[in-house]
Ligand binder design. Structure first.
Ligand SMILES: C[S@@+](CC[C@H](N)C(=O)[O-])C[C@H]1O[C@@H](n2cnc3c(N)ncnc32)[C@H](O)[C@@H]1O
Length: 351
């Protein structure tokens, strides 16, 4: 009975988040068409069949999210975890930030970054306003709005999609079952504000967690969220996923969520090679990113609209990329992939 009520509460929460996300996008799009018509992107209408497919995939995502909590892969409380008060307080800032976003979009200005950014410290492809967001990834302001913006973008499904890395990660780490859990090191590449680390921490309370990202502002925000947890604080390191400051073979697990679509092909290749290098033989890599044309052709219009609405310069190339072949070329074996709503998850082992 208690389980049924909790499941109903979880479904109601997800439906509520979805309604808020859809309503926000409807109103903000209407406002943009009115106030800044030059910045309004030309999107394609979503076919009715695709809407039905999206609803079915959303329902399947909720089901697997609930099932895997029930299987004990992570606590059920994680399904309700979000900084609600903080998001409520920040929501007005999302609206206040919009005019500058529309402005950048209408002027096709994609390199409007803070004046004090030391551009030599970053790869060229990084120095852009991904999603047209203010300051790109390079300010505390951007980091403070990011989680809420992603939550709205995905209609409240961002964390359920991120959580799909947990099962393959936990299963892969069984290769090291003879070791104490506290000796396992799991690295989250491009950890951003640490949402994935927060999910992984709930599943692996004793493992040593490490988060790497190029943005010190995003890492500061990650530190704020993660330091609220009672467990050991994850180590947060500023660095490039293409050349990571970690010894070869020093990690037993690596995750990487929503990074690949923001990289040009050669950087995608380098990041996968680096993940292979830092893993110990037997270690597991779990990648999660947008679904692609080959696995989810029914969502082609949604993928195309995403590219039209947001500045995502490498997305069109990414959705045609063969990630399994890249994993295999890097030396990985046991490559598996599954899709969950708009996210594709690959897992692979270093032999
Ligand atoms: C779309 S966000 C995803 C963040 C996080 N994984 C999540 O699930 O929300 C992309 C992140 O990748 C980081 N990033 C982009 N290129 C990177 C690189 N070459 N090395 C490390 N981090 C990078 C950005 O700073 C940003 O935090």
């Amino acid at each position: 009975m208690a389980d049924t009520l909790t499941k109903l509460a979880y479904q109601a929460l997800q439906q509520g988040k979805s309604l808020v996300g859809v309503a926000h996008k409807e109103v903000s799009t209407k406002l943009m068409e009115l106030v800044a018509p030059k910045g309004a992107p030309k999107t394609r209408p979503i076919p009715p069949q695709m809407l039905m497919d999206l609803q079915a995939a959303n329902a399947a995502l909720m089901e697997i999210d609930w099932d895997e909590a029930e299987q004990g892969l992570y606590p059920t409380s994680l399904l309700f975890d979000a900084p609600w008060l903080d998001w409520a307080a920040r929501y007005p800032m999302v609206w206040l930030d919009m005019p500058s976003t529309w402005n950048r979009r209408s002027e096709r200005n994609v390199s409007d970054l803070p004046a004090d950014v030391e551009s030599d410290n970053y790869p060229d492809y990084y120095l852009q306003n991904f999603h047209h967001q203010t300051d790109g990834y390079l300010s505390d302001h951007s980091a403070s709005l990011y989680d809420l913006q992603v939550e709205i973008l995905f209609n409240g499904t961002a964390d359920p999609m991120r959580r799909r890395v947990i099962k393959p990660l936990v299963q892969g780490l069984r290769a090291f079952a003879e070791r104490p859990a506290s000796q396992l090191r799991v690295l989250d590449v491009a950890t951003g504000t640490g949402r994935t680390l927060r999910q992984v921490r709930a599943a692996l309370p004793q493992a040593q967690l490490v988060g790497l990202d190029l943005s010190s502002a995003y890492l500061r925000q990650a530190n704020r969220w993660l330091s609220q947890l009672p467990d050991e604080l994850p180590q947060l390191v500023q660095g490039n996923g293409e050349s990571m400051p970690f010894a070869s073979g020093s990690m037993q697990g690596v995750t990487c969520v929503f990074l690949l679509h923001e990289l040009p092909g050669d950087a995608r290749h380098n990041v996968i090679d680096e993940c292979f290098r830092v893993l110990e033989p037997g270690g597991v890599l779990v990648l999660a990113d947008s679904v692609q044309l080959a696995d989810s052709p029914q969502f082609e219009t949604a993928m195309d609209n995403f590219r039209r609405v947001f500045h995502e310069p490498y997305y069109a190339d990414y959705i045609r990329d063969d990630i399994a072949s890249r994993l295999s070329a890097a030396g990985f074996s046991g490559i598996r992939a599954t899709s969950h709503l708009m996210t594709r998850v690959w897992s692979a082992t270093k032999p």
